[in-house]
Design a protein around this ligand. Sequence first.
Ligand code: IMP
Ligand code: MG
Length: 185
Amino acid sequence: MASMYDDIESVLFTEEQIAEIVQNMGRQISKDYEGKNLVLVSVLKGSLMFMADLMRAITIPCSIDFLSVSSYGSGTVTSGEVRILKDLDGSLEGKDLLVVEDILDSGVTLSFLLKTLSARNPASVRLCTFLDKPERRRVDIHADYVGASVPDAFIVGYGLDYAEKYRNVPYVGVLKPEIYTHEEA
Ligand code: IMP
Ligand code: MG
């Protein structure tokens, strides 16, 4: 029987490597936000696993909130159009927001989000992304915390999907191009 793991061309980060990356990020964030009003803002759905692991690697008090945006449909290239599908529950006034993302690609989604969140009077807004794909950047944006850089390929696993599939793959890998190239033809 065909397995979803067969659609993955190569492994970029194993579960062990992911754990080490996230531990280091949590340690740094705990140091930097000591004494602050830290709120982790998870961008659904891709950052689900990263968020869950990162918050347990953070050793200072923090609260969490979730939002969901859409800009992709089922394609692999951003449409440039961003919509908030689910907004945050809490007020941001005086809070030190850390936006937690799965991957920074074109940067369109996050630059929209940072602008929107900054307008709500938080004490600070910074960005933490598990993966960074710098070659594909279309807007000038930089993340304050980056777990790892990845090549210009379509990445799945550890929360990252293609058409809502592969999020439950526990490692990070490159999706075989033949799985999605029919869409871009
Ligand atoms: P951006 O606006 O182009 O930076 O898109 C960011 C969002 O697109 C991420 O939060 C992901 O949900 C999605 N995305 C970008 N690249 C990939 C990828 O290689 N695999 C899976 N999702 C991706
Ligand atoms: Mg995402």
